[in-house]
Design a protein. Structure first.
Length: 177
């Protein structure tokens, strides 16, 4: 396993070791000791799995209290995964980073607590899985509208399919006050 990028302090792009042969492949998706060595010291308390269809955009989500760190990856398909730094005291506050995660590159992204997170689906379907460092608390969930001009995310989709709930999220400037 190697950390191939740390585009924003704390945000990691990880390439697990993949052992392939004529039968298929094997890879470890999580091992506490190894991930601790690369800087992920958080305990994970919950695993989630979502399936979405081409053109769907989910996010940008976070929790105001009980912020969640996430170790995300794609089991099938391809997504453009995005994290936005919303840590008030961070030198990269308001900066975003995006990475293609696919079932072929096997990349993982560690999104630490203090980031808003979202993704859009580039393949016909995508199975997206993630481990969380805290539980989901619906009364503390919040988000930023996906196309906020003040963040300027360069999404690869121009007219994504977005839920009514996500389309009603506020702008970065107002949500974080």
């Amino acid at each position: 396993m190697e950390v191939i990028k740390e585009p924003i302090p704390g945000l990691l792009i990880i390439k697990p070791k993949v052992f392939e042969d004529e039968r298929g492949f094997f890879m470890e998706t999580w091992q506490k000791k190894l991930y601790k060595e690369i800087g992920i010291k958080d305990d994970f308390v919950q695993d989630n799995w979502s399936r979405s269809y081409k053109g769907v955009l989910r996010g940008l989500h976070f929790q105001k209290k009980h912020p969640q760190g996430k170790l995300v990856s794609v089991r099938s398909g391809k997504v453009f995964d995005v994290a936005v730094d919303i840590r008030n005291d961070s030198p990269t506050f308001g900066k975003w980073y995006g990475e293609e995660l696919t079932d072929e590159n096997h990349f993982q992204m560690f999104v630490p607590p203090g980031f808003a997170h979202g993704f859009c689906v580039l393949s016909e379907t995508a199975d997206f899985v993630y481990k969380c460092t805290d539980y989901y608390y619906p009364n503390y969930e919040d988000g930023i509208i996906w196309n906020d001009d003040s963040i300027g995310i360069n999404w690869p989709l121009k007219n994504p399919i977005v839920s009514n709930k996500d389309n009603k999220l506020g702008s970065f400037v107002f949500v974080l006050k």
